[in-house]
Design a protein around this ligand. Sequence first.
Ligand code: FES
Ligand code: FES
Length: 410
Amino acid sequence: MSSAARESLDVRLTVNGNPVTLTVPARVTLADTLRDRLGLTGTHLGCEHGVCGMCTVLVDGDAARSCLLFAVQLDGAEIVTVEGLGRPDAQHPLQEAFSRHHALQCGFCTPGFLMSSYDLLADGTDIEPASLPAELSGVLCRCTGYRNIIAAVADVADAHPDGIPGPRNCGAHALADRGRAVSPGIGGVPPADGGDAAPAGDTGAHEDIRLPAGRPAATVDVASQVAAPLAEVWRVLDDVDLLARCLPGAELTERLPGDRYRGRARVAVGPIRLSFAGFAQVTERDPGAHRLHVLAHGTDAGGAQTHADIRLTAEAVGEGTTLRAQADVYLAGRIAQFGRALAGDVSRRLFEQFAEAVAAAAIAGPGSDTGASHASSRPAVAVRPMRLMGAVAAARLRALVRHVRSAVGR
Ligand code: FES
Ligand code: FES
């Protein structure tokens, strides 16, 4: 490879309405830049040879195969990806029609079809329904679900004869809703080869965490009985260093003004290993009600994102304490592929582990090996991938056995 191909160059792009400046090696394609540097993994890669159309995006308003373009060719270009087309709570008519017509099976080709269809219908050109198969033949569906795709696009063409509405998720925060992480002039995800960009997951110490719109991927409500008095449990909840060490895989790295914290968390679910850099903000700390409200946001280098709205309450019950963790968990990027059931199972298991760790720290007391005084030198609780999946799988199996038994007993 020539040294010119290895050379890194600055490129300024506007991606889904957000100006970004990135330093990328000359050989890196637009598709890889969108996916690996900006976390926009909705742009899929199939053939990487310009044949399948999976990687279609809009470049200056026209459909283009992002696997065939080098990012450095595109200085000054406006790019729209499928993430810019719409949001779950504000879908583009094309997305609504694909959903209505069930125009996807595995969904791998869907971003390519959506962006190609957008290009086809954007200017209101009169499209004969009979010509749609040929017009859309630049994208391949390996599930061969062409009839429903054509029906969806025909529906939208019919409803918008003068041209379809513009993209609905372009503008501030359209880059996978990652808050400050992509700001004018700065690429949001650190490059694999070194840092010219803001740290992943850095939402900015000065900004409040904003939860994504729409339904959370998982809602957790876990109550645990702790054999320790309320004061001891609250001591753990009120000590952020200790609290962070009770969170599976988490590590506090920096205290920021205003009850805000920067940290890292490692989570492994089966083969998926995620290393989040994140930010947490205590929005309510009520020692009288023994209540803590925390917002958290994390991003990993592969573009996975999580937001969490966490409410922790402790209540005296007899000589012990009931610890309740309620959380709304939002997932985006490559972990959004988890179904709601799996996301719920994993989140619940994480909070169960958290409650167990809080109980252990509360029972141990401040002066012991597992108490607060020693906590700062203790490594973060490690999450073993198989343990987490094993626990989740075991819970699912138990539920299945219960279901079968009750069915047999009927
Ligand atoms: S991945 Fe670009 S055309 Fe197939
Ligand atoms: S729906 Fe599977 S590739 Fe098109």
